[in-house]
Every structure is written in C-alpha cells, then in structure tokens.
Write a protein that binds this ligand. Structure first.
Ligand code: DP6
Length: 325
C-alpha cells in the first residue's frame, strides 16, 4: 500500500467589480458584504499537495523556495480544515507555482487558496461539490471562494459558514472583457488584506458602504447579464472608490494609492469620456486594473504603456475556475 497520496490543481486569480472589504466573522471569513468578480484567464497558480506518512510536519514550497514563515502557518491551518473533514492525520508537502509575479498587484491569495483547496481535497480523497469547495476556499482567503468558479462569479455573503459561498453568474465566453493590469510597483504591499479587513469597521463609512452593497450588487449582476458596459463601468468605479474611502478613513488609515495610481485612474476616466469603453478598479495595492472590451485592448494597453511610471501591463480575459491537472 502506498503511504503517500497526491493531487495537483490549477486556479486563476480574479478581479472584483463589487469588492469584499471587512468581515462579519474574521475567523470564519464571513464577508461583511457580497462581491462579484471576473476570473482572470492565463494567470495561474499550480499547486501539488502530497499527504505523506513519512513527513513530520507540513512543508510549503512557493515558486521553488521553502517557506517557513506566516505563509506556511496559513497553509497548514487550511490543511487542518481539510484533514478534519477527511479524517486524515498525515502531514503534507505543498508545492505551488505562479505563472505571474506574486508582487504584480494581482491577488495571488485567491488563486493560491482555490488551488490549495481543490488539490488538498482531491489528495485527501474528498469529492466535494463546487459550492462546498468555495466555502472551504473562503476560509483560506475570502476572494479565493470566487476563484473556484470561472467567468463571472458572485460571492453570496450569507450569515454563517454554510450560507457564505460563491456561484457562477455567467461562463467565461459570456462577455469578451479584458483586464489590463497597469503595474506601477512590484513591491509587496505594506498592509496585507487580512490586516486591512480587520480595520474596516473602524471607518465611519463602512456601515454605509455595506448597507448600500445589495443595490450595487444588483446593478453589477444586471450589467454583466445584459452585457451593459457603461452600467458596469460606473458601478465598478463607484464601488472601488467606496472601498478606498473606507480604507482612507480607517484607524489607522490605509492609503494604497501611489501618484501613478491616481494618474492612471484619471486617464481612464478621460479616455471613457472620449468614447473608449474602459473603466478602472483598484484592489488593496497601487496597481490599476483597467477593464475594457477585447477589441479595444491593444489600444488601451498601448496608451497605458506610454504613461511614465507604468512598469508593465498584464492582460487577462475571463478564465476558467479551479480544476485538477
Ligand atoms: C480588495 O481575499 O485578499 O481584493 O480573505 O484576508 O485573504 P483575505 O483577503 P482577500 O481580500 C480581497 C480584498 C480585495 C477585494 C476583493 O477581491 O473582493
């Protein structure tokens, strides 16, 4: 009988049009509000989990380097959830590789925990439905819940572990949107999302942002299902600005933008006013996600690259959900 069991999964990050910021339950990662995102094709995390009776502890290799810090603890903690579900006591070796730079401003925790969840469940012999996988992935990273699915995805906030999950709104081929990520820095962000979520309730604006979320979610859902670009553009920019307003008014305040961030945001608004379909959305970092239609992507990308301070422009169409390799 073999004393090791292994599985490999692939998952992509996602960009939220309606963003998750703040948790109702920080430990279970029950988000304060629902969110809607597009899974980003072409950008991939590939993770192999091997449960092995010969291991005395969990091992985590990220892009070939053995990690022993908080990242290993977070991975181990996540494996504990899956070990408990499967009634498994073995330690695991986790090898994860990204085909995009981790510090590129693309949230790697979403693809990381989606791939880890699927690979670990498969290696542990658990055959779970996508909804259950999305609940488990959420426990590792809130945004990872959405990366279980491809295309356009909604995370339903719910009230507890059972009612907080993601579901697909439309498959990748529904709409030829493209995310052009204007990379303005490659530095690691000074305050992690996890630490940021814990500050959200210190902002006097968070309650208003959360109370208005059902309205924004409804507009966003409708704009995606009817492929209404102007409607999606205005609600996504509003939502991004509302989240950054909360960040800026937290105690201590979180200011994720750089001068180049603001410059790109202003350019994008000006380009849209002149007739180009493009809008911005910014996560917990200074890089700007510029969303456009496939036929305009080359032109927008060219314009972004001509702005001083833009180090790179990544390009991602709607992509697939987490899958076994
Ligand atoms: C700004 O999912 O990265 O990207 O649950 O602590 O891992 P953790 O946080 P994370 O938060 C995402 C924040 C965001 C908005 C979003 O993707 O919805």
């Amino acid at each position: 009988m073999s004393n090791s069991r292994s599985a490999t999964a692939i998952a992509s990050p996602n960009i939220a049009f309606i963003k998750y910021w703040g948790n109702r339950d920080q430990n279970l990662r029950i988000p304060a509000n629902g969110s809607i995102s597009m899974t980003l094709g072409g950008l991939e995390t590939r993770t192999t989990v091997t449960f092995d009776a010969r291991l005395a502890e969990d091992l985590f290799l990220l892009d070939g380097t053995r990690t022993t810090d908080a990242a290993l603890l977070r991975v181990s903690h996540h494996l504990d959830l899956i070990r408990e579900l499967a009634g498994l006591k073995l330690h695991a070796r986790v090898e994860s590789r990204n085909n995009f730079p981790v510090a590129s401003g693309v949230a790697s925790s979403a693809s990381a925990f989606a791939a880890l969840t699927l690979a670990a469940c498969a290696a542990a012999g658990l055959d779970l439905h996508a909804r259950m996988l999305s609940r488990l992935a959420r426990r590792g990273s809130g945004s990872a819940s959405r990366s279980i699915f491809g295309g356009f995805v909604e995370c339903v906030a719910g009230q507890d572990d059972q009612t907080s999950f993601s579901q697909q709104l439309a498959p990748p081929e529904h709409w030829e949107l493209v995310d052009l990520v204007a990379v303005v820095t490659r530095e690691k962000k000074p305050v992690s999302s996890t630490a940021g979520h814990a500050l959200a309730d210190t902002s006097p604006l968070q309650a208003a942002r959360v109370a208005d979320a059902p309205r924004r979610l409804q507009i966003c859902r409708d704009a995606i299902l009817t492929r209404n670009f102007p409607r999606l553009a205005s609600i996504a920019e509003l939502d991004s600005n509302m989240m950054h307003a909360v960040m800026l008014t937290s105690t201590p305040p979180l200011a994720y933008w750089n001068p180049e961030t603001v410059q790109v945001m202003k350019q994008v608004v000006a380009w849209r006013a002149s007739g180009l379909p493009v809008f911005y959305t910014v996560d917990a970092g200074p890089n700007v996600h510029c969303i456009t239609l496939a036929e305009h992507a080359a032109e927008i990308s060219r314009r972004l690259r001509s702005i001083a301070g833009i180090l790179d422009v990544l390009r991602a169409p709607p992509g697939d959900g987490a899958r076994l390799a």
